[in-house]
Every structure is written in C-alpha cells, then in structure tokens.
Design a protein around this ligand. Structure first.
Ligand SMILES: [Zn+2]
Length: 82
C-alpha cells in the first residue's frame, strides 16, 4: 500500500515550492524539499493513555541548508493503514 501515488507526491511538492517563502529562523532562501515522511497519529484512550493508532499523517519536510531548521508541511490529510 502506498501512502501517496507519484502524481500526488509531485503535486504536493510543486505546490509547496510555489508557496514557500524562505526559512523563518535565518531568513535564508536556501531551503530544500526532502522526501515525504509519515508520522503516526496517536490515539487517546481512557484510562490506557496515548497509543499509536492506525493512521499516518503525511508531511513534506523543508530543510534550511544554512541553519538546518526543518519545517513540516502537510502533504495530504491522513492515510489509513488498514
Ligand atoms: Zn535557516
């Protein structure tokens, strides 16, 4: 199962490239867009507490080449694992 197909990935990257306005930390324009990453969405249970759920949030990391600041932008809302 893929998180996003190729054309969805390219569209997300191109949209972010068009809108990105530089690093908020050092104001450099030297940022690069990395591969899409996924973070597990945690579910809150009572009384069990927080535990990994069955959803992944897909994110586009933009890394500043000058200061190393990493910005995460949503690539797609959520992807279900099941
Ligand atoms: Zn920076």
């Amino acid at each position: 199962m893929g998180l996003m197909n190729y054309s969805e990935q390219q569209k997300a990257i191109e949209t972010l490239k068009a809108k990105h306005r530089g690093c908020p930390n050092c104001h450099s324009q030297g940022a690069e867009i990395s591969d899409i990453v996924g973070l597990p969405v945690l579910e809150r249970g009572i009384p069990s507490g927080i535990a990994p759920g069955n959803q992944i949030m897909s994110l586009l990391p933009v890394t500043c080449r000058v200061c190393g600041c990493v910005m995460l932008f949503g690539a797609k809302e959520f992807v279900n694992l099941d």
